[in-house]
Design a protein around this ligand. Structure first.
Ligand code: FE
Ligand code: FE
Length: 272
């Protein structure tokens, strides 16, 4: 699969009311204050869950931002990982192919008022963007950018905003969602793992389409970002909801991926 297929699989012209609503709510509510509040709320990692149970529990979570919601989360996880495996991508990449979306489990601790619940998901799913600087026109539904209250704040509404050129994406705050949440979980010393930094980079920025698919925010890139950028491109060619007829043998896949979990994680559970 090549990058030209991205727009084919992400055809938002036919976007349903739910998708559009999700982006309107996200653009309107994801301000610097909101993002900082979410970082505080989801910073305690006090709930222990088996990694495999998270995958299974997410199967009942319907992502309202996705153009094709007919594909269950577990199938998407298997499909992403198995396509990587078929292409001989490194095993850590296959593993994050499987796990990249498990940050959506946030809903069990969240609430609809904050957009972190089962019905209101605008702070769990959807494309992400930087807060503290101008919202770029490359965002999906950029016509909603004007509704973000921070865009009336002179500190936040310039191209660089509160950041410095080449400060590194690690030093930029992004809208809250399943990417950042899983990154924080895996970065916590409660969840020891030996995933390479490239893996954490992919997890953290895989929904930042304005960056990896539209080349926005390039002026924030550090040397590290320049080195890691291509991994987002590679990953994204697999992270698409493609309709295939492949039938997966659940037990065989579970056995293979549990071995990878045991290789890269100290425990088979995570504190979320
Ligand atoms: Fe995702
Ligand atoms: Fe995904």
């Amino acid at each position: 699969m090549n990058n030209n297929n991205i727009d084919l699989f992400r055809n938002y012209n036919m976007a349903s009311h739910n998708i559009k609503y999700n982006y309107l709510k996200s653009r309107t509510n994801q301000t610097m204050d909101f993002v900082e509040k979410m970082h505080t709320i989801f910073n305690n990692f006090d709930t222990k869950m088996e990694i495999w149970d998270i995958l299974e529990q997410l199967n009942s979570f319907t992502d309202m931002s996705d153009p094709d919601i007919s594909i269950p989360n577990l199938y998407h996880a298997f499909q992403t990982a198995e396509m990587m495996r078929a292409d001989n991508q490194p095993d850590w990449m296959q593993l994050i192919g499987l796990l990249h979306d498990i940050g959506k489990i946030m809903y069990i601790k969240g609430n609809d008022k904050d957009g972190t619940g089962i019905h209101q998901q605008w702070a769990i799913v959807g494309d992400t963007f930087a807060v503290g600087c101008k919202l770029p026109d490359t965002l999906i539904f950029s016509e909603f950018n004007q509704y973000n209250p921070d865009m009336k704040n002179d500190q936040y509404n310039t191209t660089l905003g509160i950041y410095k050129k080449e400060c590194g994406l690690d030093n930029v705050l992004f809208s809250w969602g399943h990417d950042e949440y899983l990154y924080k979980i895996l970065d916590s010393n409660k969840n020891p793992n030996i995933l390479p930094p490239e893996a954490l980079y992919i997890i953290r920025f895989h929904s930042l389409y304005a960056y990896h698919n539209r080349s926005s925010y390039m002026y924030f890139q550090s040397e590290k970002d320049k080195t890691f950028f291509h991994w987002l491109k590679v990953f994204n060619t697999y992270d698409l909801y493609s309709k295939t007829d492949t039938i997966y043998e659940y037990n065989t896949l579970k056995e293979y991926y549990m071995k990878l979990i045991q290789k890269y994680f100290q425990n088979t559970y995570l504190y979320i």
